[in-house]
Design a protein. Structure first.
Length: 247
């Protein structure tokens, strides 16, 4: 049987790119998304799960049992609220933390028996905002910081079972989330102009492509190619974190 990767947020930009990358590498993909399954989604299994809800635990447990085998768990689903601290409601904070931090915790916990059996891997898709952030995204930054901390803690707990846990920290990547958010964070600059500003602020002079994140996720998930890497955070950001804020 082929190796199986469970990928959350599989219908979005990075999630879909991960599904394509894994399948092209010969893996089977079990995708999880909030919406009904798109007809063109490259995934052998699909589970419709709203990860922000308390019912997600039971849904994930049932879906994992249906799949029956997990060689890699990719926690990619994310929610971003672009508001300052004073404007962020309790409900918005809770939804962001539930999706970006609590759901990966639950997914890892429920996947542990399968990951131990396969000596598999977890790859958490965090963000550069876990290490350096901007005004107006406090809830998102906090949730991604929590995800990085969870990555380290899970790596320590699961290492003796041969299970590796790492995180990828994307910078600005051309996804629907970025296109819907960039203008708000940049003072109302619209569309391609907002992306151009972000590109100019990136040392490589451009924003990333989902496929560039997916290739790193695949590398970290692959026990043959990244067999001694665990508890690590790998920024894939075009060099953004290398620059001093005072420069």
């Amino acid at each position: 049987m082929s190796r199986v990767a469970v990928i959350t947020g599989v219908t979005g930009g990075i999630g879909r790119a991960c599904a394509v990358a894994f399948m092209e590498a010969g893996w089977d993909v079990a995708g999880i998304g909030r919406a009904k399954r798109p007809s063109d989604l490259p995934s052998r299994w699909y589970g419709q799960v709203d990860l922000s809800l308390r019912t997600a635990t039971d849904r994930l447990r049932a879906f994992f049992a249906e799949v029956g085998k997990i060689d890699a768990l990719v926690n990619n689903a994310a929610l971003q609220v672009t508001k300052g601290i004073e404007s962020t409601s309790d409900a918005e904070w809770a939804a962001v933390m539930a999706t970006n931090a609590a759901a990966p915790f639950v997914a890892i916990r429920e996947a542990i028996p399968y990951l131990r059996a396969s000596r598999g891997a977890v790859v958490n898709v965090a963000s550069v905002h876990a290490l350096a952030t901007s005004a107006g995204v406090a809830a998102y930054a906090a949730s991604k910081g929590a995800l990085v901390a969870l990555t380290r803690a899970a790596a320590l707990e699961l290492g003796s079972s041969g299970v590796r846990v790492n995180a990828v920290l994307p910078g600005a990547v051309d996804t629907p989330m970025l296109r819907g958010d960039a203008g708000t964070r940049l003072g109302g600059v619209e569309g391609e102009d907002a992306l151009a500003i972000l590109a100019a602020r990136t040392p490589l002079g451009r924003i990333g492509r989902p496929e560039e994140i997916a290739s790193v996720v695949l590398f970290l998930a692959d026990g043959d190619r990244a067999s001694f890497a665990t508890g690590q955070t790998l920024a894939v950001d075009g060099g953004v974190l290398a620059r001093l804020a005072s420069e």
